[in-house]
Design a protein around this ligand. Structure first.
Ligand code: PEP
Ligand code: MN
Length: 340
């Protein structure tokens, strides 16, 4: 349920209404936009009489929210959320960021790749220290040593790092190491204990869509994180499994405007995992930009044929340079209003 307040509502009466709602045992989320103030009510809304609420002086109207996701819902928070990922890097609400780096942290090549992606214009560095592999015999990542390499790269380059956490027991380590953004991978998009654990922190989370996940399932996964108190969630469309076999996944670019319509959270597109082939990454990255994505996540490797994982979809640093040029052209040509 949401209460849309009159423009004339003053601070004191808003506070009064919030405490009235809280006394009924519900949470009240106040969202102040340029044009209106909205209070989102979360909890057992049967305890509130909507007619009584609507009869209050400062309340313009009351609306039921039928979707099961509340905190992620744009009705609760009409303005786009802007998430600060550190180093002045904000995403959402017109702030566009490119996250780039290797699939896995493999060693000293991380810093070489990091320097190149930063020089090309990437604003965040990615790299998996803990890798979710389909086979238990495939390389599982460097673990904590990989985190240390990411921290070294961050210290040199002053850019936030994005890295995947797979196990709820590792979340404390990621917090201790001050990882800037914790990625939840597609295979863990419905790992509810993990979602809850990252929800207890205040570290931004890049939440990927499940392998066969619907948009609603992605939004409910975000709701798990937000319901624990962490509302710094960035969603990621990384392709879904369909009957098509010519690409690794099917890039569901529909999801970008659909999520923008349903939710205030930023949406990043990942054309690397969505296509699975280097040759398709650039065109689909540009399509995602034109379609209104708030950012891109792109895998870059300086020796793709020897990459520990996902070499077939990696761009070389030179290819990434060229793509960044083209991204700037598309971004320059498209006014944000044109894609929203
Ligand atoms: C990754 O980012 O390297 C990764 C494993 O992605 P996904 O979870 O989308 O497959
Ligand atoms: Mn990968």
């Amino acid at each position: 349920m949401i209460a849309i307040l009159k423009k004339t509502a003053d601070e004191g009466s808003v506070r009064h209404l919030v405490s009235w709602i809280e006394k009924k045992g519900l949470e009240a989320h106040v969202s102040r936009g340029a044009n209106e103030i909205v209070i989102g009510l979360v909890g057992d809304t049967t305890l509130i009489d909507p007619f009584l609420l609507e009869s209050m002086d400062i309340v313009e109207r009351v609306q039921r929210v039928s979707e099961p996701f509340k905190k992620a819902n744009r009705k609760f928070h009409p303005e786009d959320s802007v998430i600060d990922c550190g180093f002045g890097t904000k995403i959402g609400g017109g702030n566009f960021q490119v996250i780039a780096g290797p699939c896995a942290v493999e060693g000293e090549n991380l810093i070489r790749i990091a320097r190149r992606v930063k020089q090309a214009g990437a604003t965040m560095l990615r790299g998996g220290a803990y890798k979710p592999r389909t086979s238990p015999y495939a390389c599982q990542g460097m673990g904590e040593a990989g985190l240390e390499l990411l921290l070294e790269a961050r210290a040199e380059l002053d850019m936030p790092i994005v890295t995947e956490v797979m196990d709820p027991r590792d979340v404390a380590l990621f917090v201790e190491k001050r990882v800037d953004v914790m990625q939840i991978g597609a295979r863990n998009a419905q790992n509810f204990p993990l979602l809850k654990e990252v929800g207890k922190t205040n570290v931004p989370v890049l939440l990927k869509r499940g392998l066969s996940g619907t948009v609603d399932e992605l939004l409910m996964a975000a709701e798990y994180i937000m319901s624990e108190g962490n509302d710094r969630v960035i969603l990621c469309e990384r392709g879904i499994r369909t009957f098509e076999t010519r690409t690794r996944n099917t890039f569901d670019l529909n999801a970008v405007p659909v999520i923008h319509y349903l939710s205030h959270l930023p949406v990043v597109a990942d054309p690397s995992h969505a296509t699975g082939y280097t040759r398709y990454v650039a065109p689909m990255a540009l399509a995602a930009c034109a379609g209104g994505a708030d950012g891109l996540e792109i895998e870059v490797h300086d020796d793709p044929t020897h990459a520990w994982s996902d070499g077939a979809q990696a761009l070389t640093p030179d290819q990434f340079d060229e793509l960044m040029e083209r991204i700037r052209i598309i971004r320059g040509a498209i006014a944000p209003e044109a894609v929203r």
